[in-house]
Design a protein around this ligand. Sequence first.
Ligand code: GLN
Length: 480
Amino acid sequence: MVHHSYRDFRANVLTGTTNCRDEVDRALTQIEKHQRLGAFITVCADSARTAAEQADIRFRQGKPRPLEGLIVAVKDNISTRGIRTTCASRILENFVPVYNATVVERLVDAGAIIIGKTNLDEFAMGSSNENSWFGPARNPHNEHYVPGGSSGGSAVAVAARMAHVALGSDTGGSIRQPAAFCGLVGYKPTYGRVSRYGLVAFASSLDQIGPLAHTVEDVALVLQVMSGHDSNDSTSSMLPPISPDLSPFQNGEQRPTIGIVGGTFLEGVSPEVRQWYDYTIALLKEVGYATIEVDFYSVEAWIPTYYILATAEASSNLARYDGVRYGTRIDDPADIMTATRTACFGSEVKRRIMLGTYVLSAGYYDAYYRKAQKARRWIVDNYRQIFAQCDAILLPTTPTPAFRIGEKINDPLAMYLNDILTVSANLAGIPAISLPVGRTTNGLPIGVQLQAPFNADELLLRIARDLEQWITSANASPES
Ligand code: GLN
């Protein structure tokens, strides 16, 4: 397996104890050995070996670039030139893009090596990675459990040490939730700070690309390279790249105030998740953070608002798959479009296209879509009020730990409710991160989530780094 972090790996390359070619071979061996986990849709063995040899030359010349030799797994809804990009859909099963997503271009330019394209829920729609044309991905901590979704394959690749980091996309929690289920750090940036150019659109006003890794430091390293303005994305922020100061808070330095939740807000949260959430609050207080209980009065609107807006945007974005211009075609002379879409979209994608078309239809637009837009504004206002009282918010990432494969697949509503704690950050466009904090009694990881105001990515990462350190040094048992 590959090193736990890119930082450790790089240090070892610099002292001559390892090299990039060996590390890539370790990644490929691990991928081969654990094929059953379903992490990858496409593995780029040859190009990765070649890139590793070039990276070793740069190291030997003493000129390594910032991410030289970083092994990255890329979610298969992010375009890679010459490497098929399927979105885990039959409709794009053999689609090979002619250009790289901006994030891919930037990482490769900085020396990163693409090891392959990871499994996901079809078009990133799902929370379990079970909606994939290529079959499910499995949780490396227990194969009978889901790794989370939709960036399930990305989480598996990093957790099972097949890559140093992975890219995911987060429309309603798809980076943070699998990170929590697999024991990783997962980061959703402020909307606009990472380019969406080359990300296959699901719900454009919510989608963001972000990294999954074992450490906050690796997450920050990758973000620094891939964030920043991109003229190819009209929603791209003009701010400079995210470049946080991760130094610990000094003794005399005032620590940020953290908003916490309690009471009815946590009613649907499982006891073990609750226990580790309370543990994290206690830890924060112990090391000198002030906490304040905040009022999420908009919480009941989160899931309905998200699922109306996300499906509306999806129904429009997915209209481009007509069997004529892109991807797989079912050559039915009577009606190519219907035949193709019927045969090549999975049932969750169809459900969302129908739901989205319905909420946008002339007769129901005001009742659903327009109302959801108003609710979104109300949710943003709720956050604004909360951030007037605190610098960041601590929440659980998910209401439960990973669930069993098959447990929720026939109950879409139960699946949707799993997103209750993540979708609000997308609706508000704010940055959010999931950190591993502990485990259930049967060994499944549990995460906590930090959220910060719009564009406060740097502060969020600094707090996350600080908390990560305290969690690691307390070495985690909620009873102790
Ligand atoms: N689970 C959510 C959904 O199914 C979020 C997906 C995502 O963030 N891509 O829509």
